[in-house]
Write a protein of this length. Structure first.
Ligand SMILES: [Zn+2]
Ligand SMILES: [Zn+2]
Length: 287
């Protein structure tokens, strides 16, 4: 369960790069991010002060999560993150985007604010763990950076730890979650998979896959089959776009039995970017 190690994800992405002319930009950025995350992933603590090989930590987190019906990430304290290790890594991530000329001015301001302690990385990590979008938006506005980009940069820092938890939780619990958001990281999935006549929601951030109703909109929790429709993709029978006529959101669906070649875990979203164009043309909303 969970995503493969960062080392394995890097190997996969390097092999895929020459095959996907159309996705070069997205794959190259992803590869650079993985290379940076490798530094965190090569340690048993995954950027924290916790040894994740100790199964009792995972068991306790799982219990809390299932009792409160809240994702595990809500029970991680920001103080477990090792700022001394993560601070230089956060700078490297920011540079990946500066090199791409993405939000250059705002990102340089972010670096400057972090260096001069005008922004506290702990607070940003805390906001990311608690999904405190209001705080992220407030800081993003101050920097003139897109909130989604700021959230992404901080998320990259905590991802190796969250992926490790996803690898280690008891997978039997994933059949009993029945919620839209990921039981580990709390994110709303953009990918669903059909496997053995069942529908699973697949979190591309941490790699968790959990059972879902066949008719279920992850955005508004609509379960009425008459208002949940799908778009099929010409010449690609393994893919469809499930959408909700009530809230207009969609999810990309992969029918595993119809796939010609498997889609590597962690890359499902990037490798189905063409479906997002189809959805956009149909006036559907992603986030
Ligand atoms: Zn997740
Ligand atoms: Zn909906």
């Amino acid at each position: 369960m969970g995503n493969p190690s960062i080392q394995e994800q890097l190997k996969t992405i390097s092999a895929l790069l020459p095959q996907h002319e159309d996705l070069q930009d997205s794959l190259k950025i992803q590869k650079k991010i993985l290379q940076i995350q490798l530094e965190i992933d090569n340690t048993p603590t995954k950027g924290t002060t916790i040894n994740w090989n100790d199964q009792t930590t995972i068991i306790t987190l799982q219990q809390k999560s299932f009792e409160a019906k809240k994702p595990i990430i809500h029970f991680l304290d920001q103080s477990i993150f090792d700022l001394e290790a993560l601070f230089p890594i956060s700078k490297k991530i920011v540079y990946v985007f500066i090199e791409q000329n993405i939000n250059e001015k705002g990102l340089k301001k972010l670096l400057d604010f972090m260096e001069n302690e005008k922004i506290n990385l702990f607070n940003l990590i805390e906001a990311t763990l608690r999904e405190n979008i209001i705080f992220i938006r407030k800081i993003a506005e101050k920097l003139d950076v897109q909130p989604a980009l700021l959230l992404y940069i901080v998320s990259v820092l905590i991802q190796p730890c969250v992926e490790e938890i996803a690898r280690k939780i008891d997978s039997s619990l994933l059949g009993k979650w029945w919620q839209a958001s990921c039981p580990v990281c709390g994110r709303i999935p953009i990918i669903a998979k059909l496997r053995h006549r069942k529908r699973y929601l697949a979190c591309v951030f941490c790699g968790t896959e959990y059972l879902s109703d066949r008719f279920f909109c992850v955005h508004c929790e609509n379960k009425d089959p008459y208002t949940l429709k799908y778009l099929s993709i010409e010449a690609k029978p393994a893919f469809q776009i499930d959408f909700c006529t009530k809230c207009k959101h969609y999810i990309k669906v992969i029918d595993e039995a119809k796939l010609k070649e498997t889609i590597p875990k962690g890359l499902e979203d990037i490798l189905t970017l063409n479906l997002d164009y189809v959805a956009k043309n149909a006036n559907l909303i992603r986030d």
